[in-house]
Design a protein around this ligand. Structure first.
Ligand code: ITT
Length: 200
């Protein structure tokens, strides 16, 4: 089965490809379809932004589409950076500047710095419009560790591991991550539907 992934983030594409390949679902990227688009993420929830991205691309392609809106929520910062995770450092944001800003905001806050990664997937097809959520809890550490992954990975140590997401090999991150959990729910949903429509 082929599903469009409505994202411009190459790291998300790579992770989703790895996760969904193992689950028997093939991804079509916007690049594969010759689509160049920047969708404004102006909603104040992950769900709202995921829906906006998936619906926009579904309207364009009429193909079953998923979109991922995700981010980091830090307890001591009242859930920030949250939906603003990608542009936390402002106009000139990039992954490094976002990480620096996060460390600065947490500098005087009591430890441990509890946090969670959230991934919300919207699946939109002609007749379906479903939401799947994956979360992973952990801690923000004091300085970046590791070079794998992207975004806040070097600062996030998932519960149960001594390594950050960025220190874990990608095949391990992709078996425990917030994105994996949301995509697994999506996969299970599709599998159940296929069983219902094709009992043999
Ligand atoms: P698209 O909207 O095109 O999908 P994006 O990067 O703008 O790409 P989001 O708006 O969902 O995606 O923002 C997600 C941000 O949250 C991302 O830029 C990272 O800063 C952070 N993030 C999400 N998942 C992450 C992960 O697995 N590891 C590290 N950081 C992550």
């Amino acid at each position: 089965m082929k599903i469009v992934l409505a994202t411009n983030n190459p790291h998300k594409i790579q992770e989703a490809q790895e996760i969904l390949q193992n689950l028997g679902i093939e991804i079509l990227t916007l690049k594969d379809l010759g689509i160049e688009i920047k969708i404004e993420e102006d909603q104040n929830t992950f769900e709202g932004n995921a829906r906006k991205k998936a619906h926009t691309i579904f309207e364009l392609t009429q193909l079953p589409t998923i979109a991922d809106d995700s981010g980091l929520m830090v307890e001591a910062l009242n859930g920030e950076p949250g939906v603003n995770s990608s542009c936390y450092a402002g106009e000139e944001h990039n992954y490094e500047k976002n990480n620096q800003k996060l460390l600065k905001e947490l500098k005087d806050k009591p430890k441990p710095h509890r946090a969670k990664f959230v991934c919300v997937i919207n699946y939109k097809s002609k007749i379906e419009d479903e939401i799947f959520v994956g979360e992973v809890t952990g801690e923000i550490i004091d300085e970046p560790r590791g070079t794998n992954g992207f975004g806040y990975d070097p600062l996030f140590k998932p519960d149960g591991y001594d390594a950050t997401y960025a220190e874990l090999p990608s095949d391990i991150k992709n078996r425990i991550s917030h994105r994996y959990k949301a995509l697994l729910k999506f996969h299970d949903y599709l599998s159940n539907k296929l069983k219902l429509t094709c009992p043999h």
